[in-house]
Write a protein of this length. Structure first.
Length: 585
């Protein structure tokens, strides 16, 4: 509405300005063009240019031009130094962006878009449809509100139609005004207002002979014509045709005693109807009936199939959505179990004091029911994959069953329509042929010559008979319109693929985390074993050192208790050495 108001205001100002321009050019045409006169250019060239060359040009050449050249030199030197470095920095940053930043951003975008699409298909769409169904049920449960919404819809539709009609009227008016403005010449505009009104009246509203055309009457007539055009376009004529089947017998054209009492004009009107028109009207009625039925058969088949598919989807869709949610929830439980097992990989070993068995504790200090090993972790991953594959296979089997049911229903509906149509076609064609044969007999008894017309009618009859057969063949081969079912199947298959892709990616991440956890635990075990080995070696060395010291102390004590002469000591040294060797061994 604001746009329309502004456009009307702009149009008014344009017309007023156009009118003022017309008066201005009539009185001050020379003043209007004084700034573009060639004489002014000659004056500037004769007076201003010599003064500039004599007075200002030497100072410009002496003071300003060297500064400008020096500034240009500095600029060129700066550009020579800046441009290569800027190009190098740009291409380096571009390579970094293309090789590192862009792949990461693209991967994040793909992951986020995939997860958003998955969340939308699994959670948002079912809830929105459920809410939509609930609102529809609630509205149908309140008749007053339902009637109010229907009335509001009709009112909105009528307002939209009126708005579009007004817009078409305004567009047509503006196009006519534009054509009028283009058709008016500049010389005709300068003649005055009277001539302008005459041109406008001649272009838009030709007058009727014997009537005067003033500017006021011209405008009024123009407005009335626009109104008439507007209402003529919006007028809708509804016609109905009543077809009457007439039996062409002698009773139709002979007056009975009861009909003799009718008015004379009615008798004359009934007797004046020629048999040619009656035959042609009846033939046209049969033709229209058969042609309409032949054209509507396939459409009726499509409508029935669409109704069945819609009802089937309303039944199946909530169940499939619940199945997909159950698959997602159960898969999350398997993921949680694997995550707990990964956390339990890092455990603390201990020995049960009563049984002497090895037991393990997690980070929280809780005893583990079983020790997490690599084979056990592989079993967890395999169980998760098998569970997801089984559930997805179950969903695919369910979809195949639904498709088989729909195909069976389509074929049953097609066969039913074929039987009905064939029965109808046989009856109609047979009765129509009998009727046309009877018309031929009646026409032969009448004085009028209808051979040519009946020949054309029989040709049309044969054409419609072939059309009936062709429609039957088309119905047998016509593909059912199952766009809604195909869309539903694509959504379910996309969700299943999304679940498989998400499961594969997440299991890959969990497998990496599990490998890291096992590697960390194995590293700790190796370090612990290395420490135990070093402890054993150190204890062994300490034990050997203690034994050696004990032997030395023993020898020193023996030497102290049994002193010998100096000359005998040398002889006994071999004996003591032998004893020492035996003790050590």
């Amino acid at each position: 509405m604001k746009f329309l108001t502004r456009f009307v205001i702009l149009l008014i100002f344009s017309l007023v300005g156009f009118r003022q321009y017309q008066h201005y050019c009539e009185d001050n045409s020379a003043a209007f063009c004084q700034f573009s006169s060639p004489s002014d250019y000659v004056w500037y060239q004769q007076h201003v240019t010599p003064w500039w060359n004599e007075r200002a040009s030497p100072y410009v050449e002496q003071y300003i031009k060297p500064c400008v050249l020096k500034a240009q030199n500095y600029r060129d030197q700066g550009m020579e130094w800046i441009v290569p470095k800027a190009q190098q920095a740009f291409y380096t940053s571009k390579d970094v962006f293309d090789t590192k930043v862009y792949p990461t951003l693209y991967q994040c975008y793909k992951t986020s878009s995939f997860k958003c699409q998955l969340y939308y298909n699994v959670h948002v769409v079912p809830r929105f449809r459920h809410l939509q169904n609930q609102v529809a049920k609630w509205i149908h449960g309140h008749p007053a509100l339902h009637q109010y919404l229907q009335a509001l819809q009709l009112f909105s539709k009528s307002v939209m139609e009126c708005t579009m009609a007004s817009w078409r009227y305004l567009t047509r008016t503006l196009s006519e005004l534009k054509a009028f403005i283009k058709s008016v010449k500049f010389e005709d505009i300068t003649d005055g207002d009277t001539k302008d009104h005459e041109i406008f009246s001649e272009d838009t509203n030709p007058t009727i002979e014997g009537e005067t055309n003033t500017p006021e009457t011209s405008d009024e007539t123009d407005t009335e014509d626009y109104d008439e055009d507007y209402y003529e376009e919006e007028t809708i004529f509804i016609t109905s045709t009543v077809l009457e089947t007439v039996t062409l017998s002698d009773d139709r054209f002979q007056m009975t005693p009861a009909s003799a009492s009718a008015p004379e004009d009615t008798q004359e009107a009934s007797l004046d109807i020629p048999i040619t028109e009656l035959v042609q009207d009846e033939f046209q009625a049969w033709s229209n009936t058969i042609e309409s039925k032949a054209n509507n058969t396939i459409e009726q088949f499509d409508q029935e199939i669409q109704s069945f598919v819609k009802a089937k989807l309303e039944e199946v869709h909530p169940r499939m959505i619940k199945t997909l949610q159950d698959i997602s929830n159960s898969t999350q439980e398997y993921y949680q179990k694997i995550n707990l097992a990964i956390l339990d990989v890092e455990c603390t070993p201990a020995v049960d004091p009563t049984t002497g068995e090895h037991i393990y504790f997690n980070r929280a200090g809780t005893q583990l029911r079983e020790y997490i090993t690599r084979p056990l972790m592989r079993e967890y991953f395999s169980a998760t994959r098998d569970h997801l594959d089984q559930r997805i296979e179950h969903v695919k089997n369910e979809l195949e069953r639904i498709v088989a049911e729909v195909n069976s229903a389509v074929e049953d509906t097609r066969q039913e329509h074929l039987e009905v149509y064939e029965e109808w076609g046989d009856v109609m064609v047979s009765e129509w042929s009998k009727r046309m044969a009877y018309v031929d007999v009646v026409a032969a008894m009448d004085d009028e010559n209808m051979d040519e017309q009946q020949h054309e009618n029989w040709k049309s009859f044969l054409r419609l008979k072939k059309q009936v057969i062709h429609t039957r063949d088309s119905l047998m081969e016509h593909p059912a319109k199952l766009e809604d079912l195909e869309k539903f199947l694509r959504e379910i298959q996309f969700t299943l693929k999304a679940l498989q892709r998400e499961s594969g990616e997440y299991l890959y991440i969990l497998r990496s985390k599990a490998n890291l956890a096992f590697q960390a635990r194995e590293k700790l075990e190796r370090e612990r074993e290395e420490e135990e080995r070093l402890d054993r070696e150190r204890q062994k060395q300490e034990k050997e050192e203690s034994e050696r010291l004990s032997v030395e102390m023993l020898l020193s004590s023996i030497n102290t208790k049994d002193p010998q002469p100096e000359e005998l000591v040398d002889d006994e040294i071999p004996m003591h050495t032998t004893e020492n060797t035996e003790i050590q061994s």
